[in-house]
Design a protein around this ligand. Structure first.
Ligand code: SF4
Ligand code: SF4
Length: 320
C-alpha cells in the first residue's frame, strides 16, 4: 500500500508530489497541554515533555526577519504553555503578514494565563479555536468534562475584546468519530446560528478538519477495531480535485527541536524532510526545503488530506 498515495497524485500531475511555494511556516512549539482530547493526533497532555527551546525560537525568528511576507501558524499542545511563547510572538509580530495561534480556548482559565485574551486582542493575533461541536455532550466526550462550558465562556470573553468582529476568530470542527466531516459551508451556517442564538457568540469562519489516523486518535481506532475501516474510508473517498491544494505544497512544519517536516502529521509519524544524504533538514536548511520541486515525504496517512472535500489546517480544500 505504501507509495499508493504518491502514485495517485503523480497520475494527476507530476508536480503535485513536490513542494511549490512557501506561504506558511507552521511551528509546533511542543506537546504540553492542559487537556487530553481523544482525537488529539499529537498525543498532547499535561505531562508533555517536548518543549521548543529559546535557542530554536531564535533561529526561527532570524529566518522570519529575513523572509517576512509569510504566515506563521503556531500550534502545540496548547502553544501558550511553552515558556517562550510570548517572547516568540512578540519578536515576530513586526515582520510577518499574519500570525495564527491554534488555541484550545480553555487555557485562558488556567492559573497564570489570564492575560491571554487581552494580549491577543491588543496584538490582533488571528485565533483558530477548537470547538468540535456546538453541543455540550459531543464536545465533552472528545475533549473532557466541563470543556464545552469553558470554551463558550472563553469565546464570549474573546468577542468582548473584538474577536469575531474586527479581529479574526475561526473555529475548528472535527468529526466526533471515524467518519468524514460534513459540508463546511452548511456546518458553518449551523454553528453561526446555534452559537449566536444560544450564547450570542460571533466568529468569522469554520474550518472542517478530518481526523488524522495518528497519535491518540489512531490508538482509539485500533482499540475499537476500526482502524482498517477508517483507512479504507479515507482511500475510497480520494478526491482528485483536492490534490493540487494539499497543504504540504505551500507549508513547512517545524518541530520543537527545529527539524523540518512537510506537515504536523508527518511530525507525529517521525517522517522529516530529508537531504539527499537522508539526513533530516533543520530550520537552518529551510531555503533548501522550500525550493520549488523539492520532494514531499508521503505515506498512507496522507489520504486524510484528500478524502471527501479534503482537509488542511484551514479547513476543506474543495469546499464547493
Ligand atoms: S487536541 Fe489540542 S487541546 Fe486537545 S490535547 Fe491535543 S493539543 Fe491539547
Ligand atoms: S499528510 Fe502531510 S504530507 Fe501527506 S498529503 Fe497531507 S499535508 Fe501532505
Amino acid at each position: 500500500m505504501t507509495g499508493r498515495f504518491k502514485s495517485q497524485l503523480k497520475e494527476i500531475n507530476e508536480s503535485f508530489i513536490n513542494f511549490d511555494r512557501l506561504s506558511t511556516l507552521q511551528i509546533n512549539v511542543g506537546d504540553l497541554c492542559n487537556q487530553t482530547c481523544t482525537h488529539c493526533h499529537v498525543t498532547a497532555g499535561p505531562n508533555g515533555k517536548k518543549i521548543m527551546s529559546k535557542k530554536i525560537f531564535d533561529k526561527i525568528i532570524e529566518y522570519i526577519k529575513e523572509n517576512p511576507a509569510i504566515t506563521v501558524d503556531i500550534t502545540g499542545g496548547a502553544p501558550e504553555m511553552n515558556p517562550h511563547f510570548k517572547y516568540f510572538v512578540g519578536s515576530i509580530l513586526p515582520y510577518v503578514s499574519r500570525i495564527m495561534v491554534r488555541t484550545n480556548l480553555t487555557i485562558i482559565f488556567e492559573k497564570g494565563y489570564e492575560w491571554l485574551p487581552d494580549w491577543y486582542g491588543k496584538n490582533k493575533i488571528v485565533l483558530v479555536a477548537s470547538l468540535p461541536c456546538y453541543t455540550e455532550d459531543n464536545v465533552n466526550r472528545q475533549r473532557g468534562k466541563g470543556v464545552f462550558n469553558k470554551s463558550i465562556e472563553a469565546l464570549k470573553i474573546l468577542n468582548k475584546k473584538g474577536y469575531g468582529r474586527s479581529i479574526e476568530l475561526n473555529i475548528v470542527y472535527n468529526p466526533g468519530g471515524a467518519f468524514l466531516p460534513g459540508d463546511q459551508t452548511s456546518l458553518e451556517e449551523d454553528y453561526r446560528h446555534k452559537l449566536f442564538s444560544q450564547f450570542g457568540i460571533l466568529f468569522n469562519y469554520l474550518f472542517t478538519i478530518t481526523n488524522a489516523p495518528i497519535g491518540r486518535f489512531e490508538e482509539q481506532l485500533k482499540r475499537s477495531g476500526e482502524h482498517s475501516k477508517y483507512m479504507k474510508l479515507l482511500m475510497d473517498n480520494f478526491n482528485p480535485n483536492t490534490a493540487e491544494s494539499i497543504m504540504c505544497r505551500s507549508t513547512i512544519s517545524v518541530n520543537h527541536e527545529g527539524t523540518l517536516f512537510n506537515c504536523d502529521f508527518n511530525q507525529m509519524k517521525n517522517m522529516p524532510i530529508l537531504k539527499r544524504s537522508k539526513v533530516p533538514l533543520t530550520i537552518s536548511d529551510i531555503q533548501k526545503a522550500s525550493e520549488k520541486g523539492y520532494p514531499i515525504v508521503m505515506a498512507d496517512h496522507c489520504y486524510v488530506c484528500t478524502a471527501g472535500a479534503g482537509s488542511c489546517c484551514t479547513g476543506a480544500l474543495d469546499a464547493g
